[in-house]
Ligand binder design. Structure first.
Ligand code: SF4
Length: 394
């Protein structure tokens, strides 16, 4: 049976963080309820195309999904269960921010099948948190974390960020020490990117950011300290205890099929990509058009026509070259790397012939290494991954 992963976008937050350019904004309870009603309708319509696939993972992302009442989360999951066939061991992740969950909510999540919680902490330093406009302090995070454990969550991710204004390698080290001391199953550690248009971008001159040397120190510390603490890096920015990698994210990196529901959500099924509208009124129209549309099957040009007519954005049928490119640069993000046999099976061609030049170049430069059929980045290759990836584009 074919497999699929589902992403559900909840575009609401209590307040916008200063660095955030995600599709999220504060909203009233009524606005949230209105949105969820359309989400349920969209799930039903989309399931007509892939309802026969087995769902291996579901990810509630945002925004702050935990800002919804647990009743709304239960309704969404129930709709997914009504419309799709879930694998027995389906991974269901919900992103939450400290202070937005109560013990009751967490018990409700467990009861409805959510088995992985991803908590946005970013830093354990309260001044650093305040400087980037987070709604919580470290104490609020600790409370959320212990409530989650009490409720029965045995798979927790903590999000961290390096390169924050006023952050030093020493304060970052303290964050790493405290977080590893809590023994989560998974840690995502990204660097702050100043996105144009964000509050932090506009006001950057009022802040002092770590210089390049300090940045590099933090980057090194992440790998060293997390590995010492028993985590292994399975993707450039993601670390897990053995066996606790995020299955949902691995689907993206391994180019599995996924469908996104909600504002701005992206999908890729059978090598067709598309994006949901980002404006609420366009999204609502799109859902209504889906309901009114004539029956259509998930096949080539008829499906593409349907997507365009219905109002989805960025509809793209990936060419064979684009699929190969993605196979390489997404697969190489994983420390397990890419498999030559799989490449041959998918594309009928030999990876070493198609990519002879970059493979030879980076093997001799020590940025790539091979083991049997697998090709992967070396430790130095991970540090210079952007340089490597660009050479795998046609
Ligand atoms: S909680 Fe996340 S999505 Fe919401 S504003 Fe902050 S960074 Fe953006």
């Amino acid at each position: 049976m074919k497999k699929i992963s589902l992403y559900v976008h909840i575009p609401f937050c209590e307040k916008k963080c200063f660095y955030c350019d995600f599709l999220s904004a504060p909203a009233s309870v009524e606005e949230m309820e209105y949105y969820v009603n359309y989400l349920l309708r969209e799930i039903r319509e989309q399931s007509l195309f892939y309802g026969d696939r087995q769902v291996v993972s579901i990810f509630f992302g945002g925004g702050t999904p935990s800002i919804l009442s647990s009743g709304e989360i239960v309704r969404i999951l129930q709709q997914i269960r009504n419309c799709f066939l879930l694998a027995e061991d389906v991974e269901i992740t919900l992103e939450c921010n400290p202070g937005t969950v109560t013990s009751e909510k967490l018990y409700d999540y467990i009861a409805c099948g959510i088995n992985r919680l991803s908590i946005g902490l970013q830093s354990t330093d309260d001044e650093e948190l305040a400087r980037i406009g987070r709604i919580h302090d470290y104490a609020a995070f600790l409370k959320t974390y212990s409530l989650a454990r009490e409720a029965g969550f045995c798979n927790i991710n903590i999000d961290l960020m390096a390169g924050l204004p006023g952050q030093s390698a020493a304060s970052y080290m303290r964050t790493l020490e405290r977080v590893t001391g809590l023994h989560p199953e998974h840690i995502s550690a990204y660097s702050l990117i100043l996105e144009e248009g964000t509050w932090l971008y506009v006001n950057q001159s009022s802040y002092e950011f770590p210089d390049e040397e300090e940045d590099r120190k933090m980057y090194r510390l992440t790998g060293e300290r997390l590995e010492e603490a028993g985590f292994y890096r399975y993707e450039i920015s993601n670390y897990a205890r053995e066996g606790w990698e995020c299955r949902h994210n691995k689907v993206y990196w391994r180019r599995g099929d996924y469908a996104g529901f909600g504002l701005g959500a992206s999908s890729m099924v059978s090598n067709i990509r598309w994006k949901n509208p980002e404006a609420q009124q366009d999204y609502v129209m799109c859902v209504k058009r889906m309901e009114d549309a004539q029956e259509c099957t998930l096949a080539g040009s008829a499906f593409v026509k349907y997507l365009c007519k219905t109002g989805f954005h960025e509809v793209q049928v990936l060419t064979r070259e684009e699929q190969m490119e993605e196979f390489m640069f997404l697969g190489l993000r994983l420390t397990e790397g890419v498999d030559r046999g799989e490449f041959k099976r998918l594309f009928g061609e030999c990876m070493d012939e198609i990519y002879e030049k970059p493979i030879d170049k980076f093997l001799s430069a020590g940025l790539l290494e091979q083991e049997g059929e697998r090709l992967r980045l070396t430790r130095r290759g991970v540090d210079l991954s952007n340089v490597v990836f660009t050479e795998f584009l046609f």
